[in-house]
Design a protein around this ligand. Structure first.
Ligand SMILES: [Fe+2]
Ligand SMILES: [Fe+2]
Length: 321
């Protein structure tokens, strides 16, 4: 569909049909746009719970209407970001569905953490403790458990957390600004890279570095791109997309070019490059339009499409009236 049709969208059903590609002709990037419109309704549950719940249900239909790992992982992410607890049982089902791809199950577990849902602790513990489970899922569950425990303790009230520049609900809060090492770049870098430290603390150092918003902090973040944890690296790539500092471009370009790197990391590097969108990013993304890893290829396609779209001045991306 032409993109300006989104201006006239009146019904959630129409958005669902685009998201789920009922016509069979929707471009992936348009399906993403429909998802973000639905998200903006799903997150307004305080104003209108029933309309928000309808949006959440429609978003969730995508899990059964798509094979795209990229789209479904984004659907899981978005559901967690709505803060709407109606999404919790749906996300638990996705985490438990071993037919869903790893990135999709990972994002479902991460989203359960973002929802701060104590009712999900049991299922998160199940996969955290499962010796057969793959490492990125185990680590995601570990983080989600720690986040839920943190969110349901006195800590959010008592800790001095700097208000983030970003609207995302992250897998861990940043390190409090009154913590001893909160302004010590070297110590934060050390903690981020300390494989013996709890992952939750390493993430807290990561988000503190993000919020410092300096070139030096970006270099400290990039130092973790040789860590064995794909999960940690994918989050650092995500954070680079948020910060938007072009200093990250060579690091992200190196990561996306590593064929041995986990798809979730390379995918997130592609998205971050798309978000930074300096001139030197375009050839890098174009190179991956035919990447043999589907989720990387799709990420490059969507990132380039968004780039064209944002530069066409047709409308603000994913804004809803
Ligand atoms: Fe993720
Ligand atoms: Fe992602």
């Amino acid at each position: 569909m032409p993109s300006d049709d989104f201006d006239e969208l009146s019904s959630l059903e129409k958005l669902r049909d685009i998201l789920c590609n009922i016509s069979g002709n929707e471009k992936l990037a348009n399906r993403f746009r429909a998802l973000f419109y639905l998200k903006s309704v799903g997150e307004q549950w305080k104003q209108d719970q029933s309309k928000a719940d309808t949006a959440v249900r429609y978003i969730s239909e995508c899990f059964h209407h798509s094979n795209s790992e990229l789209l479904k992982h984004e659907v899981a992410y978005v559901l967690g970001q709505t803060g709407n607890l109606t999404a919790a049982p749906i996300l638990r089902d996705v985490l438990e569905d071993l037919n869903q791809q790893v990135m999709v199950r990972h994002e479902a577990a991460e989203a359960l953490g973002a929802l701060d849902d104590e009712g999900s602790l049991q299922v998160l513990l199940k996969y955290f403790n499962d010796p057969k489970e793959v490492v990125p899922i185990k680590q995601t569950c570990e983080l989600a458990i720690e986040r839920i425990k943190w969110a349901n303790s006195d800590k959010p009230k008592n800790e001095k957390i700097e208000k983030s520049l970003y609207s995302s609900v992250d897998p861990a809060p940043p390190m409090p600004i009154d913590a001893e090492d909160a302004d010590n770049l070297q110590k934060l870098k050390f903690l981020l890279n300390d494989q013996d430290a709890p992952l939750f603390d390493r993430y807290r150092a990561m988000f503190r570095l993000r919020d410092m918003d300096t070139d030096e902090a970006c270099e400290a973040l990039a130092s973790s791109f040789d860590d064995p944890s794909a999960l940690l690296k994918h989050e650092v790539a995500y954070v680079f997309g948020q910060i938007g500092n072009p200093i990250a471009v060579p690091h992200l370009s190196k990561v996306i070019a590593r064929s041995s790197e986990a798809p979730m990391v390379r995918h997130e590097a592609a998205e971050a490059l798309g978000a930074i969108a300096t001139d030197d990013v375009l050839p890098v993304l174009k190179e991956h339009l035919k990447d043999p890893v589907e989720v990387v290829k799709e990420s490059a396609i969507v990132a380039l499409d968004m780039y064209d779209y944002e530069n066409s001045n047709e409308m603000e991306y994913a804004e809803v009236e």
